[in-house]
Design a protein around this ligand. Sequence first.
Ligand code: NAI
Ligand SMILES: N[C@@H](CC=O)C(=O)O
Ligand code: NA
Length: 435
Amino acid sequence: MKESSRPIGVAVLGMGNVGTEVVRILTEKAADLQARIGAPLELRGVAVRDLSKERKGVDRALLTDDPMALVQRDDVDLVVELLGGIKPARKLILAALEGGKSVVTANKALMAEHSGELSKAAEDHRVDLYFEAAVAGAIPVIRPLTQSLAGDSVNRVAGIVNGTTNFILSEMAESGAGYGKVLAEAGRLGYAEADPTADVEGYDAASKAAILASIAFHSRVTASEVHREGITGISAKDFDAAKKFDCTIKLLAICERIDVDGEQKISARVYPALVPLDHPLATVNGAFNAVAVEAENAGRLMFYGQGAGGAPTASAVLGDLVMAARNRVFHGRGPLESTYAGLPVASIDEVPTRYYVSMKVADVAGVLHQVSGEFAKRGISIAAVRQEGAGDDARLIVVTHRASDRAQSDTVAALEKMDSVLKVSSVLRLEGTND
Ligand SMILES: NC(=O)C1=CN([C@@H]2O[C@H](COP(=O)(O)OP(=O)(O)OC[C@H]3O[C@@H](n4cnc5c(N)ncnc54)[C@H](O)[C@@H]3O)[C@@H](O)[C@H]2O)C=CC1
Ligand SMILES: N[C@@H](CC=O)C(=O)O
Ligand code: NA
């Protein structure tokens, strides 16, 4: 390695769950980081909202409540954005890139909507924009997709990419624990977003799916193009029913190439789904995430680890920081954004899915025939039927084979109108099967 170069000035924006851990590691591991980079990293400042708050292990003189002034300092070479949200993060990152500073961010919400603008600024100013922490926390997924698999063709990236909802669903499956209490615990443990609606309504997973789909398929997919459903409607009853089909329930993010009438499109979708208990994703519990990648030549790859939490996320941030700093020392550049394929995003209606439909029915002869008739009318074949209870508590559960999501959802709408179907109580998709 070449002799140590001049120090590299680092600005950290935000000292919450992740920022606190990043500053701690930067301080505690300074000597190791210097040896790995070939230059010392020097913390020039940390932008916080509340200057009066006690920040253990941080020199007060480093704190500022003016992030823009910090970003624009001449002695800052690298900016680490850990504020979250679009405003003021977008402007701060743009200012950094335009000022010739490389940026490391964990901000999936921002990257999923503004990656085009930010990547162009990085390219124009010949600096790096790294965001490994933005998807699946500590797990390396961005780097494998952009670098290790750069010579392959990825067909599918799917898995569990939100720690908070996986933590909640795991607790519900395990102990039937109440939803609100578990969500509060996820916040306390530093897994949840500042506004946890982003987690439970699937927005966070949708941002991650947009980032994964864009990189995997060399196209640009934004969060608003990802079909999104959250977990707020999932109840203990759904878990009981799932168990009867040897399944559990997971919030999945699925990005795949699909063929729609001869045209290649991207499907990017997030929803809670039944997953067979013997599927690898069924055993991913707590705040752990797992991402399976299927590539033409590599075959199936599986990435597993901590998807949320201050220290695990800080690990991914530090990895990016070391890369960006090394590039400064050795005059290199990280990979550029690649969107040459420009594949369109399919509507959820066009995607082949399997449905699980649980309904309360009138306990009269012929109901099963009528219900199965509605599926048959739309060309959907039924994989399993289960009849439960009797009288006022008669229930019918249908699991279908794969058909277009449009045909499946039209069938559910028709069932809801039938006199003999008193209530469609639950509709979930089934994933992790081959049929
Ligand atoms: N917590 C986690 O497990 C993970 C978080 N992320 C992402 O990392 C980023 C940070 O997340 P957390 O640390 O969990 O959030 P957090 O809410 O704990 O921390 C954000 C900090 O930024 C500060 N802040 C916000 N606006 C500011 C401003 N204008 N000036 C100065 N300070 C400001 C807040 O006061 C807060 O302390 C977010 O983009 C999040 O989505 C990514 C992966 C995992
Ligand atoms: N809120 C997110 C944090 C990591 O991205 C999650 O729960 O996964
Ligand atoms: Na990651």
